[in-house]
Design a protein around this ligand. Structure first.
Ligand code: ZN
Length: 65
């Protein structure tokens, strides 16, 4: 399993690296599923959504006949 690497995220408005998690939602687009996460900057009122491809659905391992 590939470990999830946290990107070096910062506020798009003031480039501050401190942020707060606000919300998460899954969206279905024409080219696949995405997870959108809402963040809020710690030092300015800016909030933004970040979209990443949704992780692939793991097939249950006990299906082997
Ligand atoms: Zn900011």
């Amino acid at each position: 399993m590939t470990p999830f690497v946290r990107p070096d995220r910062c506020c798009p408005k003031c480039q501050h690296k401190g942020y707060l998690f606000r919300a998460r939602r899954t969206v279905e687009a024409a080219d696949g599923k995405f997870v959108e996460t809402k963040y809020r900057c710690r030092v300015c009122p800016h909030q933004w959504w970040e979209r990443v491809p949704a992780p692939p659905v793991q097939k249950p391992a006990d299906e082997a006949a």
